[in-house]
Design a protein around this ligand. Sequence first.
Ligand SMILES: [Fe+2]
Length: 282
Amino acid sequence: MVEITHKEKTEEEKKVIEEVRKTGKQWMGEKTMDEVAKPELPTRTNTLEDGERVEISINQIPAITFLEGNLPKSMLHELNAHVDEHREKMTDYSGNLVGQIKQTEKSQQLALDREHPTVQGLMNLLGSAGRAFLKTYVGQIPVGGTEAFDKAPIDCFSMWTVHSYEGDYNPLHDHDVSYDQKCMAFSIILYCMVPPQIAKLGDSKQLHSNGGATDGCTYFTWGTSTGADHLTLKPKTDRYVVPEEGKFLIFPSWLKHSVAPFYGEGERRTLSANFRAPFISQ
Ligand SMILES: [Fe+2]
């Protein structure tokens, strides 16, 4: 038979608990503060016999990797000037995209000309950053170590601009288009133009009170944790990014994301691209 032994704590025990808490230690059933001082854990210096010390290590397992970068103003200016100059001739890409970019006459999603030197320069730069991103996975993908990642052919297979205005938005989606075979695929968002009412949002964490804290922001989600789960030591599984001109993000193509609408004047212009690197047979 199980005996239930729970009993109320005595006044003396309650005092000890309070004292122990003040010191930041744990109460382990001690009755007086004299008993609280615990013997030290064995260490290399006080262990009598070798091999008896307690060893600890921390093993944190990450869920998601972002690479974040910033284009210099001169490069961003060159890119925006290129897009402005060629915008009328660029082909509509909205048939391939889930973005609901249609609220104004200027709202557009356009394919970039990947033969143009300005676009090629950017593609090379983003490809190099993408290689650095891929190399963070060297421990989990058996393709021949760092050297194989250095040589892996990285293919930019799509690149487009999104010209959003008041009310335009992008519903939750991902860029995983590896229908035929699995491969290492990553995607990029580069913020080219950001209206001031979005740029000033700063660190967007206050979602309450109709403050519009996430208007025009990109939202990433990779799990089901609730808003309070991180307090119970569960990992956070989502993130808002406030656009900044020149900032770019590289992330795995399977990562779901969305863009909230914004209101007021101005163009929110982004460039997106998808890259893939096939696995190399050894
Ligand atoms: Fe997207």
